[in-house]
Write a protein that binds this ligand. Structure first.
Ligand SMILES: Cc1cc2nc3c(=O)[nH]c(=O)nc-3n(C[C@H](O)[C@H](O)[C@H](O)COP(=O)(O)OP(=O)(O)OC[C@H]3O[C@@H](n4cnc5c(N)ncnc54)[C@H](O)[C@@H]3O)c2cc1C
Length: 325
């Protein structure tokens, strides 16, 4: 419960400040909509910022390649001067009458766009019991790779995030990286794996699962059990990075009356949910043929905002392009 507040009025609310929510905020501004953007995390950026800030993305139009972090910096630059933000704010309640939605008893808006991606994130935890001191050596996100210089780091996981973290940390001065996965095959990009295998300061340990953990001389001593055997391989790490993925779901939107299918929000071709005035865009949504990529989500944002404009201002002749000649 966020206490009692003076009601703040906006035209639209965007729930989720991932790449798609950020772009939607900018596009809403181009149409003159007063916008409030919410995110449950303390910083904007969603998956690219959180899960793969250093990975190069090759399928964003205009950029030959751009890292997750730089993409978010650019989107944030456009959005933050054009919208208001309420961060560290997990939207939990939406009440509505015929014309308005009241969000968490504080924000009154005419329309809502849900851009919650795969939902509120929480990382899958390292499966061993740890005390407070041991936990200090365990990381689920990396904000400043430089802090890992001159250390031995265990990276646990077999997907793109694990490979990306390993590659990024291997570039820091004097690091030793041990990439540990429970299978011999990795799920992440073959190219990243090939690159890792070529690096002298990277060792790949498979198939291993962490079994025991102790703090010895301010280092983690972890017993790795070779899968299918009783062999324990004892390894010492200054830090470990756990990239086992994230648990996330959008089930919370059910209590707003919004329909889901398989954990994602069903939408019409105008990105409308079953509740008039509530739209959904980006990875939060599902419809036949949808693929979870950023470029597609940008288009969905434009469709949703255009539809909102037509619905809120039916008398207006809508300007479709951002500028005219
Ligand atoms: C490892 C990896 C690599 C990828 N590589 C590419 C690539 O190369 N190219 C590409 O196009 N796509 C790629 N993707 C997919 C891409 O990241 C997603 O399609 C994109 O992030 C979806 O954006 P979004 O804004 O819909 O959701 P998200 O990025 O998931 O952002 C959703 C935001 O909503 C917030 N939120 C959730 N619930 C609430 C709530 N109740 N209240 C407030 N805020 C809430 C979350 O905190 C989050 O910040 C990759 C994904 C992964 C995991």
């Amino acid at each position: 419960m966020r206490g009692v507040f003076k009601i703040k009025k906006f035209d639209i609310a965007i729930i989720g400040a991932g790449p798609i929510g950020l772009f939607a905020a900018n596009f809403a501004h181009l149409h003159g909509l007063k916008t409030i953007v919410f995110d449950s995390l303390e910083e904007v950026g969603g998956q690219p910022k959180l899960l793969y800030p250093f990975k190069k993305i090759f399928d964003i139009p205009v950029f030959a390649s751009i890292t997750g972090r730089n993409l978010i910096t650019q989107l944030k630059l456009q959005a933050e001067k054009n919208a208001s933000f309420s961060l560290n704010h997990r939207v939990s309640e939406i009440n509505h009458d015929d014309d308005h939605f009241l969000i968490d008893h504080e924000f009154l808006v005419k329309s809502v766009i849900i851009a919650t991606g795969t939902g509120s994130f929480s990382p899958k935890k390292f499966p061993l019991k740890m005390d407070k001191e041991q936990t200090k050596h365990v990381h689920y996100y990396i904000r400043e790779p430089k802090k890992f210089a001159k250390q031995t780091i265990g990276v646990f996981g077999g997907g793109d995030s694990a490979l990306d973290w390993a590659l990024e940390l291997a570039q820091q001065p004097d690091t030793q990286i041990k990439l540990i996965h429970r299978r011999n095959e990795f799920r992440g990009l073959e190219g990243s794996l090939t690159q890792l295998k070529s690096l002298k300061n990277v060792e790949i340990l498979t198939p291993y699962l962490p079994k025991t953990l102790q703090l010895v001389n301010n280092q983690l001593s972890i017993g790795l059990k070779q899968v299918g055997t009783t062999t324990i391989n004892q390894q010492i790490f200054d830090q470990i990075v756990v990239a086992y993925g994230f648990r996330a779901n959008n089930n919370f939107v059910r209590k707003w009356g919004v329909n889901l299918s398989g954990g994602q929000i069903t939408v019409s071709s105008e990105m409308k949910t079953n509740i008039p005035g509530i739209y959904a865009i980006g990875d939060a949504t599902t419809y036949p043929g949808r693929v979870p990529v950023i470029g597609l989500g940008f288009g969905e944002a434009q469709i949703a905002i255009t539809s909102i404009m037509r619905s809120l201002f039916p008398e207006k002749t809508l300007t479709i392009h951002s500028t005219s000649i």
